[in-house]
Design a protein around this ligand. Structure first.
Ligand code: IMP
Ligand code: MG
Length: 178
């Protein structure tokens, strides 16, 4: 049997270049006005931790960083259809500008749940989503990210924060198995 070889889909250089472009758009949409409060960046753990760390370093406005841990996945490679939220503690977001940072929008369940929850609880002034990856063809819930790094096919990816059975999150690039 041939052993599976990891293939790089996006290199570290490509990812970093994309982040600079995405941050440019975010900096235009969320300008730093003297009168405005900081931008609340909500990073969705675990997958978005590296993406968040790189993205916020390109954001010019003052930010407040928050973390939630929520997913619809478990450890399998397809959505369980159920939302798990082991950490969902947020400050009052009423009247705030909010940017959710996610690793990937797949079925759309995670982001749809989180957006709905924040909207309902707090009615923030502005609520946007930045996602490293978008798997449009797998969408089950009608939801879209406002900023998308890369559009990907129905391919299971790992690296740059994303895991394959909790492995490979530390890789600086995005890869898949051939
Ligand atoms: P959704 O709720 O189905 O949109 O799933 C989003 C979550 O599924 C992401 O935050 C990831 O944790 C996980 N996920 C989806 N596709 C992949 C993949 O290709 N690699 C690793 N994790 C994935
Ligand atoms: Mg995730």
């Amino acid at each position: 049997m041939k052993s599976k070889k990891p293939q790089i889909l996006y290199t570290e250089k490509q990812i970093q270049k994309m982040i600079k472009l995405m941050a440019k758009k975010i900096n235009i949409d969320f300008p730093d006005r003297k009168t405005s409060k900081s931008l609340v960046v909500i990073s969705v753990l675990k997958g978005a931790f590296l993406f968040t760390a790189d993205l916020i370093r390109e954001i010019k406005r003052q930010i407040q960083l928050e973390f939630v841990r929520i997913s619809s996945y478990g450890t399998r490679q397809s959505s369980s259809g159920r939302i798990e939220a082991p950490l969902l503690i947020l400050p009052n977001l009423t009247g705030r500008d909010v940017l959710i940072v996610e690793d990937i929008v797949d079925s759309g369940r995670t982001i749809s749940f989180l957006k709905g929850y924040i909207q309902e609880q707090f009615h923030p002034t502005n609520l946007k989503v930045a996602s490293l990856l978008n798997k449009k063809s797998r969408r089950e819930v009608d939801v879209r990210a406002d900023y998308i790094g890369f559009e990907v096919d129905n391919l299971f990816l790992f690296g740059y924060g994303l895991d394959s059975s909790e492995k490979f999150r530390h890789l600086p690039y995005l890869a898949y198995y051939e």
